[in-house]
Design a protein around this ligand. Structure first.
Ligand SMILES: Cc1cc2nc3c(=O)[nH]c(=O)nc-3n(C[C@H](O)[C@H](O)[C@H](O)COP(=O)(O)O)c2cc1C
Length: 266
């Protein structure tokens, strides 16, 4: 059993690996976990190990994991949810990962994944053991996007209306699940998630960043899936019962895109 809070708090992107091959045991554990990941709405996702691959930002491993799924509504968010589950599990085994959606030769990864016409492979991740020392390139990159920073709780969580920020002390049982969303990784560390608590509902919205217009593969919708994953898994770990709902309550202005909600029972 993995400890979700620990995995979330300890995870950070790894782009510098130590050159050791993944042990047979770890590879088997990852394989088994990859097969166990399920998607909502009867969607299917297929994970694969990819050997001999590269990304210009990654050194010290050529082993990657990719995943593909069909082009159905909500596939970006579903992918974000499922792939983050994998990332957190790898973290619990001490295996380093980094979400890669941009810095790769997409065509060669798609070929390695045997992508069919109706399938999409939004992101991949290298897997391996983290090097003790980060490459200069990686540390500069982290500085460039403030990868160690996160927005404050009050900037992303609101109660009753978007005019009222929620303070962590007032979040009660939901504090930890919401804090886990705050700590999540996102493309270029933009943290586009905004959350509105309204009675027993926790509504998730996307505040789209400038220059981040969603194509078919939409990194910021993937970010939203990661946020849903952190919230849901933390509630589960705490024994808070939730129900996933997709019905826009029409509580937000046009600058926010409604994504989905959880009804919580706590
Ligand atoms: C959907 C998504 C796509 C990403 N794509 C890339 C990428 O192409 N290259 C890269 O170096 N990092 C990529 N990242 C990693 C982010 O830059 C990183 O998660 C963020 O800066 C926060 O740092 P942390 O993961 O160490 O907490 C991506 C992250 C997400 C969630």
């Amino acid at each position: 059993m993995m400890n979700i809070e620990k995995s979330i708090r300890e995870r950070k992107s790894v782009r510098t690996f130590d050159g050791q091959e993944l042990s047979k045991e770890d590879r088997e554990k990852l394989s088994e976990f990859m097969r166990s990941i399920e998607l909502p709405f009867d969607m299917q996702i297929e994970f694969q190990f990819l050997e001999g691959m590269n990304s210009p930002v990654v050194v010290g491993t050529n082993l990657y994991v990719g995943a593909k799924l069909k082009d159905l509504p909500f596939f970006n968010e579903a992918f974000g949810y499922a792939f983050e589950k994998f990332i957190l599990y790898a973290q619990s085994l001490g295996i380093g990962t980094v979400w890669i959606g941009g810095t790769m030769d997409r065509a060669s990864f798609e070929k390695a994944m045997n992508l069919k016409e109706d399938e999409l492979m939004p992101c991949v991740s290298p897997v391996g053991y983290p090097s003790k020392k980060m490459s200069l390139r990686e540390s500069l990159m982290r500085k460039g996007i403030n990868a160690d920073e996160r927005k404050s709780f009050e900037e992303i969580v609101f109660i009753n209306s978007f005019a009222q920020p929620l303070h962590p002390e007032s979040a009660n049982e939901l504090y930890l699940p919401l804090e886990m969303v705050r700590l999540a990784p996102s493309a270029v560390n933009r943290q586009p998630w905004r959350i509105l608590i309204d009675q027993n509902y926790v509504h998730f919205y996307l505040k789209r960043s400038k220059n981040f217009h969603g194509g078919k593969i939409d990194m910021q919708k993937i970010d939203m899936g990661i946020a849903l994953c952190h919230f849901d898994l933390m509630c589960e770990e705490m024994g808070i019962k939730t129900e996933f709902v997709m019905k826009d309550p029409q509580l937000a202005s046009n600058e926010l895109e409604y994504v989905a909600s959880y009804r919580t029972y706590c």
